[in-house]
Write a protein that binds this ligand. Structure first.
Ligand SMILES: *[C@@H]1O[C@H](CO)[C@@H](O)[C@H](O)[C@H]1NC(C)=O
Ligand SMILES: *[C@@H]1O[C@H](CO)[C@@H](O)[C@H](O)[C@H]1NC(C)=O
Ligand SMILES: *[C@@H]1O[C@H](CO)[C@@H](O)[C@H](O)[C@H]1NC(C)=O
Length: 420
C-alpha cells in the first residue's frame, strides 16, 4: 500500500507544481511587460491579502480579526507610495488608467442621467488622493482638483498627471496659496465651482472633499439620496453663538512684512455688520450644493458682496455656505426660522469630535488629532451604517486596514447593485 500512496502523493505534488508553474509563467509574462508593470503592481498595496485579514469579519467586529489590524498598526507595516512614484506612474497614461481600473467602471442609466461634480481641495499625499479619486470616480461625473500653491513639486506633478490621464478630471484654473482658516480656503472651492459651471458636464450637484475624506456610499447610492433632496442643498447651518467673534472684528492675514500668518489674527478693530442685512449662520466647510444654488453664488451681487465682506473674518468657509443657504429666495432656501441643521442632520461628512465621544457616538478607535478622529478598523461598521456620505478623516499611516476594507465593501456594494 505504502508505495502506492507515495506514488499518489508524488502525482499530487507534480500536479500542484505543474499548476504553480503555469501561474508563475503568467506572472512572469505580466512582469515581462516592463518596469512600469512593477510600479503598477505596487500601486495597490493589499495588506489585508498579505496578512489574511477578512474585511467581513472586521465589519462584524470579530476580536481576532480586529487584533490583526492592531498588529499591523503597531508594527507600522504600511509604507505609502511617494508623490514622485504617483507622478511617475502617470507618465504612461494608458497603462495607468487600465492598471488602476479607471476604464472598467459600470454605471446604471439612473446614474448617467444624474451627473455629479466634485471639488477636491488637497495639498499632500498623492497616493491617498488617488485612492479617494478612484473610490468616487465614474467617467460621466466631473472632478476638479485644487492643489495648494505651497504643495511640493512632486505632489503638483502627481496631480497634473492624474488630470492628464483620467477623463473628466482637471486642475482648477486658478490656484490659491491656502492659509489655515483664511479666505483662501474658501476661494479654492470657489475657483473649482466656477470652472465646474463652465464644464460641458451638466452636473446636478457638487460635493467638496479634502484629501483625508473617503466615501461611504457608492455613486449609485449617492445619486439615489441626492435625487431625494429635490433641489435642496445639504449643508450645516446653525446659530452662531460664541462664534460671532469670528466676524465682529477685523482679522489680519499678513504681517507688516507681507508674510502670511499661520492663521488670521484678530485685531481690536470692529467690523461693520454684513451687507444686505444678511443674517449670519455657522456650519462647516463641507457642502453638497445644487447647480442652481452654485449659479446664484456665482452671479449674484449679494454673494459677491458677502464674500468681499468675509475677506478679513476667521474661517469664512465655516459661515459662507451656512449663511447663504438661509438667504430668502435662494435656490433650495432653508428658511431662517427653520431649526438648526447640525452635522448629524447634514449627511455630507461624518466627523467624530473627541469631546462628543461617548455622548453622540462610540470612542475613536484610530487616533484623534486636533480633536478630530482619524478612523480605525474597528469603526468600519459604524461608518458604513451611519447613513452619512463621506468619512472624515482617514489616513493609511494611522490604519491601512480601514481604508482597504472600505474600498472592498464599496466594491462589493457596486457589484451587488450592478447585478440587481
Ligand atoms: C470572510 O468571513 C466571512 C464571515 O465570517 C465568510 O463568510 C467569508 O467566506 C470569509 N471570506 C474569506 C475570503 O475567507
Ligand atoms: C520611475 O519609473 C522608472 C521606470 O519606469 C523607475 O526606474 C524609477 O525608479 C521610478 N521612480 C520612482 C520614484 O518610482
Ligand atoms: C504695522 O504697521 C503699523 C503702521 O504702519 C503699526 O501701527 C503696527 O503696529 C504694525 N504692526 C505690527 C504687528 O508690527
Amino acid at each position: 500500500m505504502k508505495p502506492l500512496k507515495l506514488h499518489l502523493k508524488l502525482r499530487n505534488v507534480i500536479f500542484v507544481f505543474g499548476t504553480l508553474g503555469l501561474l508563475c509563467t503568467t506572472v512572469i509574462f505580466l512582469r515581462g511587460n516592463g518596469e512600469k508593470q512593477e510600479a503598477g503592481l505596487s500601486l495597490r498595496q493589499q495588506l489585508t491579502v498579505k496578512y489574511g485579514i477578512n474585511c467581513t469579519k472586521i465589519y462584524e467586529m470579530e476580536p481576532v480579526e480586529v487584533g490583526k489590524s492592531l498588529v499591523i498598526r503597531k508594527q507600522k507595516i504600511y509604507k505609502g507610495l511617494t508623490d514622485a512614484a504617483i507622478a511617475n506612474a502617470t507618465i504612461d497614461c494608458e497603462w495607468f488608467v487600465s492598471s488602476q481600473g479607471y476604464n472598467d467602471i459600470q454605471v446604471t442609466e439612473s446614474e448617467r442621467e444624474f451627473p455629479l461634480a466634485y471639488s477636491l481641495v488637497v495639498h499632500q499625499d498623492a497616493a491617498l488622493v488617488e485612492r479617494l479619486l478612484r473610490a468616487v470616480y465614474v467617467p460621466h461625473n466631473i472632478y476638479c482638483i485644487h492643489y495648494d500653491r505651497k504643495s511640493s513639486t512632486d505632489f503638483m506633478l502627481a496631480m497634473n498627471g492624474l488630470a492628464r490621464c483620467i477623463p473628466n478630471v482637471f486642475i482648477a484654473s486658478k490656484l490659491e496659496r491656502v492659509q489655515y482658516a483664511g479666505i483662501s480656503r474658501l476661494r479654492a472651492d470657489l475657483n473649482c465651482l466656477s470652472d465646474l459651471l463652465d464644464s460641458e458636464v451638466k452636473w446636478k450637484y457638487v460635493i467638496n472633499l479634502c484629501g483625508q475624506d473617503f466615501p461611504l456610499r457608492t455613486n449609485a447610492e449617492l445619486v439615489s439620496d441626492l435625487k431625494g433632496l429635490k433641489g435642496r442643498n445639504m449643508v450645516e447651518s446653525k446659530w452662531p453663538g460664541g462664534k460671532k467673534i469670528r466676524w465682529s472684528v477685523h482679522h489680519l492675514l499678513k504681517n507688516n512684512d507681507s508674510e502670511y500668518y499661520d492663521f488670521p489674527v484678530s485685531t481690536p478693530e470692529e467690523k461693520p455688520p454684513p451687507p444686505h442685512n444678511i443674517e449670519m449662520f455657522v456650519g462647516s466647510a463641507y457642502f453638497t450644493l445644487s447647480r442652481e444654488f452654485v449659479y446664484f453664488v456665482h452671479w449674484s451681487s449679494l454673494a459677491k458682496d458677502f464674500l468681499a465682506w468675509s475677506e478679513d473674518t476667521f474661517s469664512p468657509d465655516e459661515h459662507f455656505w451656512a449663511t447663504l443657504v438661509r438667504v430668502p429666495g435662494v435656490p433650495g432656501e432653508v428658511p431662517r426660522s427653520d431649526p438648526e441643521i447640525s452635522e448629524l442632520i447634514s449627511k455630507t461628512h461624518l466627523v467624530k469630535w473627541s469631546y462628543l465621544e461617548n455622548d453622540l457616538y462610540p470612542e475613536c478607535t484610530g487616533v484623534s488629532v486636533r480633536s478630530v478622529c482619524i478612523y480605525g478598523a474597528a469603526e468600519l461598521r459604524w461608518l458604513l451604517n451611519y447613513g452619512h456620505w463621506f468619512a472624515n478623516k482617514v489616513d493609511p499611516t494611522v490604519d491601512p486596514v480601514l481604508i482597504e476594507c472600505l474600498e472592498e465593501k464599496l466594491e462589493e456594494k457596486r457589484r451587488r447593485l450592478a447585478v440587481n
